[in-house]
Design a binder for this molecule. Structure first.
Ligand SMILES: [Fe+2]
Length: 255
């Protein structure tokens, strides 16, 4: 990570990252997610600086904004975490040795603006960078999150066809033509383009989506069995029930 102040980086790695280990932070927002957002943020910023040599962004700010963007999850509920993250950045006295008061306020605004559900565009380029960097670009991960949300819920947990159609509708609303997930892209993003192409191929081809979903349900079933098969919740039982009704896409037979 060339170009980042070594003392700042060391301070954040030693004192800030550990807050993401908190039990309050869900698995999807632990340190590996933050590092993903840092890496993507720096890529966007360096590309922006190449394109705008007279208006270069400060990479120390970009790095720190990304490092802090979800830190509020260690203390508060997801619905207000971006505001708490911004406050925590401003409350960190140690950051004053690296940034001016104006810098810190600009950085806090960017952190507060990072959520995809924000009605307006982020106020600054720094906010746009962290917002876009925060996007998931792993199509199977997106499918899994969408499935996990439905797997214990009737009627989806007992009817494969309804489950698949509901997932497809969600994909289509978000990433189909005119989908709400296609807005708020400001920087060239090959990973997002590849992600979008994969999700759109699943929307267009029912067989592809069926195959992906069957594979996912099977691996879920294997994972649950291998975690020694005890203390299965009713949601998990429902997965088993449903899996018995899932067509094997390679043979056409019920599994
Ligand atoms: Fe995030």
């Amino acid at each position: 990570m060339d170009g980042i102040n070594a003392d700042l980086k060391s301070y954040i790695e030693t004192n800030v990252f550990l807050k993401y280990d908190s039990e309050k932070v869900d698995d999807g927002h632990k340190l590996n997610h933050v590092k993903y957002v840092i890496n993507r943020s720096l890529l966007f910023a360096m590309e922006y600086n190449n394109q705008n040599p007279n208006d270069v962004l400060n990479l120390d700010k970009v790095y720190t904004i990304a490092a802090y963007h979800d830190i509020g999850l260690s203390e508060v509920d997801r619905s207000i975490h971006e505001k708490r993250s911004a406050q925590m950045l401003l409350e960190d006295e140690n950051l004053k040795q690296f940034f001016t008061a104006d810098d810190l306020h600009q950085m806090a605004d960017a952190v507060e603006d990072h959520r995809a559900s924000l009605k307006t565009a982020p106020r600054t380029v720094y906010g746009k960078i962290v917002s876009q960097a925060d996007r998931d670009t792993d199509a199977r991960h997106f499918l899994k999150r969408t499935y996990d949300y439905r797997k214990g819920v009737e009627p989806f947990c007992s009817n494969f066809s309804l489950l698949k159609d509901d997932i497809k509708k969600h994909f289509s609303d978000k990433y189909g033509e005119g989908g709400y997930g296609l807005t708020k892209i400001w920087f060239p993003d090959k990973d997002f383009d590849d992600f979008k192409a994969t999700v759109q191929s699943w929307i267009a081809d029912d067989n592809l989506l069926t195959q992906e979903l069957v594979d996912l349900i099977q691996s879920d079933k294997t994972r649950i069995k291998s975690s020694n098969g005890v203390s299965r919740s009713s949601a998990v039982d429902n997965v088993f029930t449903m899996t018995n009704e899932v067509p094997d896409s390679s043979t056409g037979y019920v599994l």
